[in-house]
Design a protein around this ligand. Structure first.
Ligand SMILES: Cc1ncc(COP(=O)(O)O)c(C=O)c1O
Length: 414
């Protein structure tokens, strides 16, 4: 556990009620420049809103030239609110509902990533009904998994994509409106050789399937998986030679990519937004229980790490940075949140700075998969504030709210 100073002096931040997420747009720009430098030109970068749909972050990335990858009506609303034009959006995800596809088509979204012939048919129906020209990427579940992925999403039974072998054996089932392929192997790779291996496999599969399908793709989305530190201090991994190595792979496998036919795209969520955000929260209680220190914070898995609470990610073992690092550490402490469930525990045995009730603590690098990936509604605590900072100044403070709308009465009609 590192100890440090809670947050650089930002005028007015001490008046914002905590818990609060603080997002620094300067860091978003820096992350974008690093990622751009690691990718070959020409290529597009889609920002995956699932990492953080805050409109200020989306708007900043859009101004830098990022397109947007979305997968829900809420993300569609966020991306449009941020001013992204619909021609720069790709709508992805399994299990889309007919009304959401229709709404996206009406809003002007032209690219959909689909996972099966049912998904292709769904987009086709929505496009025909609206009289719109819409194109599909077929998401492909590759035959094998590339080692090194934090969260593998290919190479095994999955709701994501159509198996490469299925596409190869029944190409006719996949041709409607198909204008490209989408491969997303997995996420959170901070090792350059693992990224190269993943993209090599994606390019080989794209090439093979384009041949089988008789497809001249307009867009080839090779996925991403660029890693970033989460709830730990540390900086973004650098991929010093990735751009050159990817350009070589593309030269070998995808003729025409340098002329933009197909356009090559990459996706990133956590690399672009992870390091811009930190969570400020307070220590509610410190006590000793059965010989163990227990630190109870005002934030738990409701503010950070709902997915870890559901055991879908490894437990969060955050760095807690405090203002008074000189006090002796609490050894092997339990770090818990305020929820009435034993699952609301960030760490079960950590050395924690000797915090006291009322102390402000800071969890660094939680700009991605922070607030909106948490169990926000569980037990009814208010959402943390979200503070957007740019050039050392607060530009906006907001708070997500949950409002129950009554839609119908006893007869069930709405
Ligand atoms: C299709 C797709 N694109 C992009 C992402 C974003 O991944 P990351 O935030 O690791 O960049 C994911 C994550 O699950 C994904 O499934």
């Amino acid at each position: 556990v590192k100890a440090g100073v809670p947050e650089p002096k930002i005028p007015g931040l001490d008046r914002v009620e905590v818990p609060a997420y603080v997002y620094d747009l300067g860091e978003v720009r820096r992350a974008h420049a690093l990622l751009r430098a690691a990718l070959p030109e020409p290529s597009r970068v889609f920002y995956s809103l699932k990492a953080n749909p805050h409109p200020a972050i989306v708007r900043t990335l859009n101004e830098l030239g990022c397109d947007a990858e979305i997968c829900s009506p809420g993300e569609l609303a966020a991306v449009l609110e941020a001013g992204v034009t619909p021609d720069r959006i790709v709508y992805t995800g399994p299990g889309k509902r007919d009304p959401e596809v229709a709404e996206a088509v009406r809003a002007g979204v032209r690219w959909f990533s689909v996972d099966s012939p049912v998904g292709l048919d769904q987009v086709d129906r929505a496009a025909s009904a609206a009289g719109r020209d819409v194109r599909c990427l077929l998401r492909v579940n590759d035959a094998s998994q590339v080692p090194g992925q934090g969260l593998a999403m290919t190479g095994g039974p999955s709701q994501f994509g159509a198996d490469a072998d299925w596409v190869a054996s029944e190409p006719a089932a996949f041709r409607t409106r198909l204008a490209g392929l989408h491969l997303f192997g997995g996420s959170n790779l901070d090792d350059e050789p693992a990224l190269v291996a993943q993209f090599r496999a994606a390019i080989a599969t794209a090439r093979r399937l384009a041949g089988v399908l008789g497809l001249e793709p307009l867009l080839l989305d090779l996925g991403g998986g660029f890693g970033a530190p989460f709830a730990r201090s540390g900086s973004l991994p650098r991929f010093a030679t990735l751009a050159g190595r990817l350009a070589d792979l593309l030269d070998d496998g995808i003729p025409g990519w340098r002329a933009g036919r197909p356009a090559i795209a990459f996706e990133s969520g956590r690399y672009l937004s992870g390091t811009c955000g930190s969570l400020l929260t307070r220590v509610a209680d410190v006590k000793c229980s059965h010989g163990r220190w227990v630190v109870v914070l005002e934030s738990g898995i409701n503010h950070l790490g709902g997915m870890s609470g559901m055991r879908r990610l490894p437990p969060i073992v955050p760095d807690l940075e405090v203002a008074a690092p000189d006090r002796e550490a609490l050894r092997g402490a339990i770090v818990a949140g305020p929820l009435c469930t034993p699952l609301d525990t960030w760490a079960r045995s950590e050395d924690v700075p000797a915090v006291r009730p009322g102390d402000l603590v800071r969890v660094p690098n939680v700009g991605a998969y922070g607030l909106t990936a948490s169990l926000l509604a569980f037990l009814g605590h208010p959402a943390p504030r979200e503070v957007v900072v740019d050039a050392g100044r607060i530009v906006e403070v907001s708070q997500l709210g949950l409002v129950r709308r009554v839609l119908g009465g006893p007869d069930g009609r709405t």
